[in-house]
Design a protein around this ligand. Structure first.
Ligand code: CA
Length: 233
């Protein structure tokens, strides 16, 4: 962490939640600005380049998914969706439009803060242009095109490697099925979700300590998958 606190733009129209988020984020050393509408949010993002945006999908003047689409036309500012459970479809749509992650309401502040930290880490990794990934006993070395588990080389097929590389590039971010399929198998296979199921299963067999209880490549129920970064102890 640097001395300069990360700035977070909170887009939320509910007063009680606005106050809770502002207070908690500031208590954890972030600079927080809260706005209550999509129109204000667009102005703010243009003017102040926040490090992370927290976005409630149900805004009074604009659909949250629409907001994500508009921001993504010119900015790669990380967007974390904060949404209620009954809007599952919207959540997936927002992720497909380029949102980085989501947290379901009601959420615990601890979970939200963890997601914010993961999003900031992801951003630093992107900025550094380094895609080497280390998590638990797993290492992904893009320079040497090698994957090692507890120091031993893991043999992966070409597609397994490409899929893992895709997850590594998007580590700690929830990935929906469609963009993953497009990236690895091409646009014509965008709906072949069984390919993903099979290949994620194979990667788990090769990479997880217990493939039946994955810790690294986890399922986000009804949405997709997430490759987690765990401490390397
Ligand atoms: Ca709302």
């Amino acid at each position: 962490m640097t001395d300069d606190p990360s700035s977070i733009l909170v887009i939320e129209d509910e007063g009680q939640l606005q106050r809770l988020l502002q207070t908690s984020l500031e208590a954890h050393g972030y600079r927080a600005v809260v706005v209550g509408s999509g129109r204000e949010a667009l102005l703010r993002i243009t003017a102040s380049f926040p490090d992370v945006v927290l976005l409630d999908l149900g805004l009074p003047d604009m659909d949250g998914v629409e907001l994500v689409t508009r921001v993504r036309q010119w900015s790669d500012t990380p967007i974390l969706i904060v949404s209620s459970r009954d809007r599952e479809e919207d959540k997936i749509a927002a992720l497909d439009q380029g949102a980085n992650d989501y947290v379901t309401k009601p959420f615990s502040m601890g979970e939200l803060l963890a997601r914010i930290r993961a999003t900031l880490r992801q951003r630093m990794k992107r900025d550094g242009g380094d895609i080497l990934y280390r998590s638990a006993g797993l290492e992904f070395d893009s320079q040497r095109r090698e994957v090692r588990r507890n120091g031993e080389i893991v043999r992966l097929s070409r597609k397994e490697y490409e899929l893992l590389r895709y997850f590594v590039l998007n580590a700690d971010r929830v990935m929906t099925h469609e963009p993953a399929l497009k990236a690895v198998w091409g646009p014509a296979q965008a709906h072949e979700t069984q390919y993903l199921r099979v290949f994620v299963g194979r990667l788990r067999q090769k990479l997880e300590r217990d493939p039946a209880q994955p810790e690294l490549l986890v399922t986000e129920s009804g949405v997709g998958y997430r490759l987690r970064t765990l401490p390397t102890t």
